[in-house]
Design a protein around this ligand. Structure first.
Ligand code: DAH
Length: 341
């Protein structure tokens, strides 16, 4: 067979295979088979050495023409296939604008978190630092260093979750006071929010795990007046500028004197309503001047330094602020409930 016929045959074969290709990858296989380095047309070119020299320019031209023709068909088919593929994709991706949109469900901050951030904002504004302590705590920090003697009822197994004789799940955030004082960096102005644990049955006002926010200020010349002023300001910021505060004498082992603080009912303004059980007052926290013995145990000289401390129940604040009447709602995490705040 002459060169010319051989080339024509190759051309026809290639075009047929191109036209049979129904996908881009198949088309590419054909390109490689004919025009590639080891392809058939390339093989013909390699055979040029057997062509008499005077015919070479003509045959060379013929090979190039054949190549160009095949390339043209390839290109054309490639365009068609690409077009078809695009069409198919567009069809597949058709957007039905009449379909109802998918709602993206985003979360919502928990009432505890909202209340905590509010409390943090208030104290940070007064120059306090926010610190944390361990939830699994030494008995020594949870009790002994806070002046709570071995036979104190709070240590009873009824109330405290014991890990072993020395380690408990902290029953209060007060141990953070001891931890911070021991570091010896004075003055101190801190709040310590966190989870605490008590062996309580679940009901509308109790849970075996809840949260407290501890506060501690230690400096020279800190008096009960500083304590009162600070907590009065806190109550006003949290419950509104009309809020009045009342300090009732109380007892806590780690403070002396100690008090419980009531705020005037923000629902009825103090007249008495269902919310404040008719008394006009609502209890919100415990506080007092840090006991000199506690200062001493934590390496601070009570002759030189004094301070005050307070402890707030976070859930209590959230329940009051949002008028929630059952604490269990805070732990069920029903989104329909949580979304309301
Ligand atoms: N730790 C106390 C409790 O759990 C609350 C408390 C009262 C904290 C008085 C204090 C404080 O820092 O001064 O009941």
């Amino acid at each position: 067979m002459g060169m010319k016929e051989r080339l024509q045959e190759l051309h026809d074969e290639a075009v047929k295979k191109i036209q049979e290709s129904d996908a881009l990858d198949k088309l590419n296989d054909v390109r490689v088979a004919y025009l590639g380095k080891k392809g058939q047309l390339t093989a013909v070119l390699k055979g040029m050495k057997d062509v008499p020299p005077e015919e070479r320019p003509q045959v060379g031209q013929l090979v190039n023409d054949t190549r160009a023709k095949i390339e043209a068909v390839l290109e054309e088919t490639k365009k068609q296939l690409e077009e078809a593929a695009r069409e198919l994709q567009l069809k597949a991706e058709v957007i039905d604008v009449t379909l109802p949109a998918k709602k993206s469900v985003i979360g919502h901050r928990h009432p505890n978190t909202i209340a905590l951030e509010e409390v943090e904002r208030i104290f940070i504004g007064m120059g306090y630092e926010v610190v944390e302590g361990p939830e699994v705590e030494y008995d020594e920090y949870n009790f002994t260093k806070l002046n709570i003697p071995a036979d104190h009822p709070a240590k009873d197994e009824q109330d405290t979750f014991y890990i072993n004789k020395e380690i408990v799940l902290r029953t209060q955030t007060s141990p953070v006071q001891a931890r911070v004082m021991e570091q010896g960096k004075l003055p101190i102005r801190m709040i310590a929010p966190g989870r605490v644990f008590r062996s309580d049955e679940v009901d509308a006002t109790h849970s075996p795990s809840f949260h407290q926010i501890e506060g501690l200020v230690i400096d020279k010349n800190i008096t009960f007046a500083d304590l009162k002023g600070t907590l009065e300001e806190f109550a006003k910021e949290l419950f509104g500028p009309e809020t009045k505060t009342k300090f009732r004498p109380h007892h806590f082992p780690f403070t002396e004197p100690s008090a419980e603080v009531d705020v005037s009912c923000f629902k009825c303004g103090g007249k008495g309503c269902r919310f404040c059980k008719g008394s006009g007052w609502i209890e919100i926290l415990g506080c007092g001047m840090v006991h000199p013995h506690v200062l001493e145990m934590c390496g601070i000289d009570p002759e030189e330094y004094t301070g005050f401390a307070f402890g707030v129940g976070l859930e209590r604040i959230a329940l009051l602020k949002y008028e929630i009447d059952d604490m269990r709602l805070l732990y069920e995490n029903d989104i329909r409930f949580l979304k309301q705040f």
